[in-house]
Design a protein around this ligand. Sequence first.
Ligand code: ZN
Length: 324
Amino acid sequence: MPGRESGGSGEVASALLRTLGLTVLERGWLSANQAVFRAAGAVPASVVDTGFSGHVEQTLALIDRALGGERLGRIVNTHLHSDHCGGNAALQRRGGVETWIPSPSMAAVERWDEAALSYRLTDQPCPRFVADRALVPGNSIALGEASWQIHAAPGHDMDAILLFEPQTRTLIAGDALWEERLAIIFPELVGEDGFGPTRATLSLIERLDPRAVLPGHGRPFADVAQALAASRERVSAFERHPERHAQHAARALLMFHLLEVRQAPFDELVAWMRQTPIYRTVTRRAGLDESGAADWAASHVRRLVDDGVLLQHDDQVAVRPQAQ
Ligand SMILES: [Zn+2]
C-alpha cells in the first residue's frame, strides 16, 4: 500500500529506527521510500528521497505527519531518478530547505540538463529543483542523532550514493540493493559498463556489513547476505544474457509509464515506446529496424497483458486498480 509506515515492520527493529530518530515511509514502485529524520540539536529535520512528482501531495502529507509539526530543513537524494526526487520542487516551494545531491550530479542540476538527468531518456517527468550542497563520497552528513557516511554507489545509476551509519550499521541503500530484486542497470542499456560497477557496489555493501538495510523500494530488511546473493546471481545471469536485461528493463519502464498514466490505448503505448529514447537505443543496439522495433514494443505490451499485470478492454490497456 502507498504510504505504509515501516516503524519496524519486517525484520528491522523499531527500537533501532527510534534510536536513529528515523521513520521509514514505505511507498510503492512509482514513488521510492522516504527516510524521515527528526531534528536533533543543530541538525534540522531531514528527508532522504522525495518520491515521484505524481504522488507529491501524498508525499508532503506523509512527511508532515512523520515530523509531527517539525519543519523540514533538509532534502537528501540518493540519486536523481524521477521516483526519488520528484517531490524536491514542491518541498522547496514551501521554503527553508537545503537540498543535498550526489556531487557528480551537481553540474547537470545547475543547468537542468534533462538528457544528463535521465528524464529525457526515459520520458519520465521531474519538476525542476535547485541543489544547494553536494554529497561527496568519503565525507559524512549529520541526519537525526547520528553521522552518516557517504559512499559512491555506481551501477543502477553511475552518480548514486548510499548512506551508512556505522554505530548501528544501518544502510540507506537507494536502488543499489533491494531485498529480492535487482534495479535496472541503466548504463548497460546505452552500451556502457554497468555490471562491473554494480558488482563493486555490492562488494562495498558486503564490506560495510550492514545489520539493517532501508532500500529505495520495498520493506526494510535484515537478511543482507541473502539479498546480496540474489543480486549477484541476477547480475551474473544478465552478464551472460544482456538481452534479457534489456527485456527486463523494457518491461519495468513500460510498467512505470503505465503506473503514471494509468490507462492508454494499446497503439499509443507502442508509439510511446518507439519514440522514447531509451527504447530507441535498446532496439537500435539489438539491430532492429523500424518495423522490428514496432513488433518488439507491441510484444512487451502484449506480454504484460498476458501475464495479468495489465488489463485490456478493447483497445485500452490499464493498470489493475490495486497497482500503485
Ligand atoms: Zn533509481
